[in-house]
Design a protein around this ligand. Structure first.
Ligand code: 1HA
Length: 276
């Protein structure tokens, strides 16, 4: 029932159904590894979903290629075959780590983002599921970091958010040993919300999205910003404060300030209560 969006993407798919946007990384031949173009398209797609007032929940997933459940991937991180000396190199020959911008965009998008983890979530692909608000995994999914094995590390959300989620000892184990973990282990660690059979993954994820869609979008927005404020320092506070500003702009008190300026008169704030 998904309806394709109008943008022409090469590495991803964008579809909408019932106020849900589904963004799919579509490079199954490389386990949905991302190159700079993939990430640029993901940033564009998340911006489209964010701006679409009809969209209330965003799902991020990886394209299945049907070669067996143990071969499916959510995302295997940065494409090592285009990794240059200063980052991942695209058509413009500029080495980039633009997935960090994508991580940040997922965090500040004021709508719940669900990672629908259909297989390997490895390296930078693992961090992508971490930065989503919820993760729903199929039984075949495998989780892990590989940085110290392939000469990389993500000390931002990849380390800090992971530690906040699974605890310091487990987070250090995940990064220091570069093992793979099963969906059940990820569930036990608190990294995913639920695990379902492979063929029920999308149905279950859509069910969760539809439950969320019944709730107050502003309350959800404020909650997401609140959770981020607790872990994201001043940037998190900026997001939360921005939401407070958005609400304040809708008040008569804030409108009085704007109107007084436009009408070149003194603002009359006396009419507004000074709440205890
Ligand atoms: O750490 C960062 C960053 C840090 C700071 C800022 C930005 C960052 C951006 C990115 C990253 C990273 O993501 S570093 C970590 C990069 N990813 C990896 O180390 C994972 C590499 N892949 C694997 O370990 C395995 O492929 C797998 C566990 C996901 C699946 O294993 P499996 O089922 O045995 O498949 P495999 O045969 O290994 O892979 C199938 C095909 O996909 C292979 O292609 P082929 O040789 O048949 O032509 C394989 O090369 C390709 N492939 C898989 N993953 C990647 C990949 N090609 C390029 N890049 C990949 N990441």
């Amino acid at each position: 029932n998904w309806v394709a969006g109008t943008r022409n993407y090469e590495d991803i798919k964008y579809e909408v159904y019932d106020h849900i946007a589904k963004i799919t990384i579509n490079r199954p031949e490389v386990r949905n590894a991302f190159r700079p173009k993939t990430v640029s398209e993901l940033i564009d797609a998340f911006s489209v979903a964010r701006d679409d007032t009809e969209v209330g929940v965003i799902i991020l997933t990886g394209q299945n290629h049907g070669k067996g459940q143990d071969k499916e991937a959510f995302c295997s991180g940065g494409d090592q075959k285009v990794r240059g000396n200063g980052g991942y190199v695209g058509e413009d020959h500029i080495p980039r780590l633009n997935v960090l911008d994508l991580q940040h965009l997922i965090r500040i998008t004021p709508k719940p983002v669900i990672a629908m983890v259909n297989g390997f979530a490895i390296g930078g692909g693992h961090v992508l599921h971490l930065v989503c608000d919820l993760s729903i995994a199929s039984e075949n999914a495998r989780f892990g970091q590989t940085g110290p094995r392939v000469g990389s590390f993500d000390g931002g959300y990849g380390a800090g958010l992971l530690a906040a989620m699974v605890g310091q000892k487990k987070a250090r184990e995940i990064w220091f040993l570069c093992r793979q973990y099963t969906a059940k282990e990820a569930l036990d660690m608190g990294m995913v919300n639920t695990v379902v059979p492979f063929d029920q993954l999308e149905e279950e994820t859509v069910k969760w999205a539809q439950e969320i869609l019944c709730l107050s979008p502003m309350a959800l927005r404020m909650l997401k910003a609140s959770f981020n404020a607790a872990t994201d320092g001043l940037a998190g506070l900026q997001q939360f404060a921005g939401d407070a500003t958005l609400l304040y702009y809708t008040s008569d008190e804030a409108k009085e300030g704007r109107d007084a300026f436009v009408q070149k008169r003194k603002p009359d704030f006396d009419q507004f209560p000074k709440f205890p």
